[in-house]
Design a protein around this ligand. Structure first.
Ligand SMILES: [Zn+2]
Length: 367
């Protein structure tokens, strides 16, 4: 486990891992590319050699690159010749495949341009990046991509990575290696869109800040994350509940505001009525006060008149007998002695009798 922890602590170990990841990324980009190009290669050879396939199960013993094996058919020799014609440089690895397969299987042809050790490999996933780059380097069909020394430079990267004694890579070498791989990808992307994302992936891996974590620690971290997510969900639920309460409270406040508005309006109307009523009562009070004052004046006048009347009557009662006696004596002296016998009361009674007679006569006429 110390080795594991050392890998996590040492930045050069991590650089080495980054280099491996970029090679893996390059290999993923190369797979569909190689799949297509080997198909085209086999089709080219089939066009030259014809559609016939070997029916003699040719598999002559490998006799070295400069010796011509003996075939028991007229198909395989043509294929061998054309495979050689497509060869650009390096060492043809005839023993990677059996001759009778050349006319049938593209991998049987392609493996001849690859390093040794692929005799039993027959699909794209069987080959490593070293095989792909060697194939590209050795087969003329890849010349149209104008790769120059780019493949060799990347092959050098791969070899130095694989042969690093302590699986370490310093930062300077890492940057150099990634530049080489990026250059190869950029050149291939000119004619194949499958490499366009490689440069972006390389930058992501270069800037990757990662840790190597034991499973138990990872489980602890996952549990912590799970707990955190649970808490976050609970918090969110609580938040939702609080939001509902807030919405209800806001509705209540809104309703109360509406009620207050109505009450204020009503109060305003009542106040206005009240003011009108007070104004009316004040007017009435002023009117009543004026009336009262007038009445008081009238009463005072009446009272004064009454007092005067009383005073006059008092004076009359006080002075009348004397005045009557005086006037009566004067009248008796000045008038007939017969008339002097008529008393004042008699005179009044006579006057009433005459007036009564006149009234009776008037009623009789009206009837
Ligand atoms: Zn044959």
């Amino acid at each position: 486990m110390e080795t594991f922890r050392q890998f996590d602590r040492d930045p050069n170990h991590k650089n080495w891992l980054k280099g491996i990841m970029v090679l893996e990324d390059l290999q993923d980009c190369l797979k569909p590319f190689i799949e297509d190009e080997t198909e085209k290669l086999h089709e080219d050879l089939r066009n030259i050699c014809g559609p016939r396939q070997c029916d003699n199960n040719c598999n002559p013993k490998y006799q070295g690159p400069n010796q011509n094996p003996v075939f028991n058919c007229d198909v395989c020799p043509n294929w061998r010749k054309e495979i050689q014609n497509k060869h650009k440089s390096g060492k043809l690895m005839w023993k990677n495949s059996e001759a009778h397969e050349w006319s049938r299987d593209k991998w049987a042809v392609s493996k001849v341009y690859m390093p040794d050790g692929h005799k039993k490999h027959n699909s794209i996933d069987d080959f490593d990046i070293h095989s792909f780059l060697t194939l590209i380097n050795q087969c003329k069909n890849f010349q149209r991509f104008e790769l120059g020394e780019l493949c060799n430079k990347v092959l050098n990267v791969r070899n130095r990575m694989m042969h690093s004694p302590r699986y370490q890579l310093d930062q300077e070498d890492l940057l150099d290696f990634l530049d080489r791989i990026r250059d190869l990808g950029d050149q291939l992307s000119k004619k194949n869109s499958g490499f366009k994302k490689l440069a972006e992936d390389i930058n992501e891996i270069l800037n990757l800040n990662f840790r190597l974590v034991e499973t138990e620690e990872l489980e602890r971290m996952e549990n912590a994350i799970y707990t955190a997510v649970q808490l976050a969900n609970e918090y969110r639920d609580n938040q939702d509940s609080l939001n509902e309460v807030v919405v209800k409270l806001e509705q209540c406040i809104s309703e109360r505001d509406s009620q207050i508005l109505v009450l204020r309006q009503r109060n305003k109307t009542q106040q206005k009525k009240h003011d009108w009523e007070i104004q009316r009562l004040q007017s009435a009070l002023v009117h009543e006060t004026t009336e009262h004052r007038n009445t008081k004046v009238q009463l005072e006048n009446l009272h004064r008149e009454l007092q005067e009347e009383k005073k006059m009557r008092s004076d009359e009662q006080k002075y009348w007998p004397r005045w009557r006696e005086f006037t009566w004596r004067n009248w008796e002296i000045q008038n007939d002695p017969v008339k002097s016998l008529i008393k004042k009361e008699d005179l009044a009674g006579g006057l009433f009798a005459v007036l009564g007679g006149l009234l009776l006569a008037l009623f009789a006429i009206l009837k």
